[in-house]
Design a protein. Structure first.
Lengths: 230, 230
C-alpha cells in the first residue's frame, strides 16, 4: 500500500513523499493517528503550489479511507481556514517534524526543512493516519556541516547557528522575534511581511548550486534590498 | 419531484458524508438535494443531523476520537451552509433564543461549539459569547437579548465554580430564565447544587432538554399573560 500511495502521489505532482512513524511525538488528542504521510512540493513561483498540495492531500485521504483507515489531513501552514472546528487542533502539529521523521530532510540552521536534493524549497502538507505501514528511516542529524551562509547573511541576525538533531528538537535555531520584526519592515509585492534570504542562500537544492555562487547572488540581493529600503 | 428512492439515497449520502467526515461529499449531496427539489428541513434533520447523532454514539463508544468528531462537525456545517438559506420554516413547535459561552478562566470551547451547532441546526437564535467570558457578561447579555435560555460551559473544576455565581446573579435579575450547564467536571449533582435547571451530558441531550425547558417556559408565560388579561 505504501508503494502504491507513493507512486500515486508522485504521479500527481508531489516532489517528495515520505512515511513517518510518530508514536510518542504527538499530543493526546491526535496520538491515535501515529503514522504520517508527509508530502512536499517544490516551490515554483509560476504554479499554485498550495492547490497542488491540497489536491494531493485529498487524494491520499481518499486512498487511505477506501482501505478503511482513519485520516486527519493537516493542511499546509498557509492554507488554514479559520473558524472550522478542526483548525483548533492544527496548532498541535508541526509539518517539519513529520518530514524529518519520514526522512525527507533535516532542520537547517535557518530553521527550515532542508531536503538534500531540493534544499529549503519545499512546501509541506501532512496526512495523519492509523494505517499500520512500515515507516521510512527518520533523519537524525543536520547535514548542514560547517556551512553557515544563512547565518552570515541573515539581515536581522536572527539565526543562532545552533545545530538541529532529532533528539534535541527544542534548541533555538532562529530568534523568531528578530526575524519577525525585520520582516515587518520589508513588505514584498503582495503586502505581506517577507524576506526569504535564508531560503535563497541555501546551497542545497540551488540550480548548479555551489556555495560560491550563492555568495555572489546574496551580495547582489542584499545590495538590491538596501536600495529599495532607501 | 424526486422519487422516494432518490430521496432515500440522498439522505443516506448526507448522513454518510457526516459520518465519514467528508466535506466535499456533504456539499455535493446538499446541492443535489436542492437540485432535486427536496425539502431542506428533511435533508438537515434526516440527513446531516442523523449522521451527527450516529457520530455522537461512535464518540461515546470510543470508536471516534476528538479529531474525527471535529471533522464530522465541519462536514455537517459545510452541508448546512448550502441548505440553510432554503429552509422555509423550521418549526419544532418552539422557537427560542439562547445565550451560550464558556465561563471566565476557561478557554476550552470545543464542547460549547458543538452544543452551539445543535442549537443552530434546530433554528434557535444563538448569542455566542465565546470563551473565557467574564461572569457579568452572561447576565448583561441575557437581559439585552431577553433570551429564554442561558448555557454555561466549563472544562475545569477550578472554573466550574464561576457558574454558581452566574446562576445566582441571573436568578436575582430574572427568575424566569432557564439555565443549563455542561462540561467535563459537571454532573447532575453539581447542577442541582448550583441551582441550574438542566445539565446535559452531551450536545444531543442539551438540545432535547433545551426544547423541553423552553416549552415549559413559554407555557408559564402564556399562563401569566392569560391571568393578566382577565
Amino acid at each position: 500500500m505504501k508503494a502504491e500511495l507513493r507512486r500515486e502521489l508522485l504521479g500527481h505532482g508531489a516532489t517528495v513523499v515520505g512515511f513517518a512513524g510518530l508514536r510518542g511525538y504527538l499530543e493526546g488528542e491526535i496520538a491515535h493517528l501515529d503514522r504520517a504521510v508527509s508530502i512536499g512540493v517544490d516551490r515554483r513561483l509560476n504554479e499554485d503550489t498550495l492547490s497542488i498540495l491540497v489536491k494531493l492531500q485529498k487524494r491520499a485521504v481518499r486512498i487511505l479511507k477506501s482501505r478503511g483507515y482513519r485520516t486527519l489531513a493537516i493542511p499546509p501552514d498557509s492554507d488554514r481556514k479559520k473558524g472550522t472546528f478542526i483548525s483548533k487542533l492544527y496548532s498541535l502539529f508541526n509539518h517539519k517534524m513529520a518530514a524529518t521523521s519520514a526522512g525527507l530532510g533535516w532542520i537547517g540552521k535557518n530553521g527550515l526543512l532542508i531536503n538534500a536534493e531540493y534544499g529549503p524549497r519545499l512546501s509541506l502538507a501532512t496526512v495523519l493516519t492509523d494505517a499500520p505501514f512500515h515507516p521510512d528511516e527518520p533523519m537524525e542529524f543536520s547535514l548542514c556541516g560547517d556551512c553557515a551562509l544563512c547565518m552570515t547573511y541573515c539581515p536581522s541576525n536572527a539565526i543562532t547557528g545552533s545545530e538541529w538533531s532529532r533528539s534535541s528538537p527544542f534548541v533555538e535555531l532562529v530568534r523568531l522575534n528578530a526575524c519577525r520584526s525585520y520582516k515587518a519592515t520589508k513588505r514584498a509585492t503582495d503586502g505581506k511581511p517577507n524576506c526569504g534570504l535564508c531560503i535563497n542562500i541555501c546551497p542545497y537544492g540551488r540550480k548548479n548550486g555551489t556555495a560560491e555562487q550563492s555568495k555572489t547572488t546574496v551580495q547582489h540581493m542584499t545590495a538590491k534590498s538596501l536600495r529599495t529600503q532607501r | 419531484m424526486a422519487t422516494e428512492e432518490k430521496k432515500k439515497e440522498l439522505l443516506e449520502k448526507l448522513r454518510n458524508a457526516v459520518i465519514q467526515y467528508d466535506e466535499d461529499t456533504a456539499k455535493e449531496a446538499a446541492q443535489e438535494t436542492l437540485n432535486e427539489g427536496l425539502d431542506a428541513n428533511d435533508a438537515i434533520f434526516n440527513g446531516l443531523v442523523s449522521g451527527m447523532v450516529e457520530v455522537g454514539r461512535m464518540f461515546e463508544a470510543q470508536e471516534y476520537f476528538v479529531p474525527e468528531l471535529l471533522m464530522c462537525a465541519d462536514a455537517l456545517y459545510a452541508g448546512l451552509d448550502i441548505l440553510k438559506p432554503h429552509v422555509k420554516q423550521l418549526d419544532l413547535g418552539v422557537k427560542g433564543s439562547v445565550v451560550i459561552g464558556t465561563v471566565e478562566g476557561d478557554v476550552h470551547d470545543i464542547g460549547k461549539n458543538i452544543v452551539k451547532m445543535m442549537f443552530d441546526v434546530a433554528g434557535f437564535t444563538v448569542y455566542d459569547l465565546g470563551r473565557d467570558v467574564p461572569l457579568d457578561k452572561f447576565v448583561q447579555e441575557q437581559l439585552r437579548t431577553d433570551s429564554d435560555l442561558v448555557c454555561l460551559s466549563a472544562m475545569m473544576t477550578t472554573t466550574m465554580t464561576g457558574m454558581k455565581k452566574v446562576i445566582e446573579d441571573l436568578r436575582a435579575k430574572n427568575p424566569n430564565v432557564k439555565i443549563m450547564i455542561g462540561g467535563a467536571p459537571v454532573s447532575q449533582d453539581v447542577a442541582d447544587k448550583y441551582g441550574a435547571d438542566g445539565y446535559a451530558k452531551d450536545a444531543t441531550n442539551a438540545l432535547k432538554d433545551a426544547i423541553n425547558m423552553i416549552e415549559s417556559l413559554k407555557k408559564m408565560k402564556d399562563e401569566v399573560e392569560a391571568k393578566k388579561a382577565k
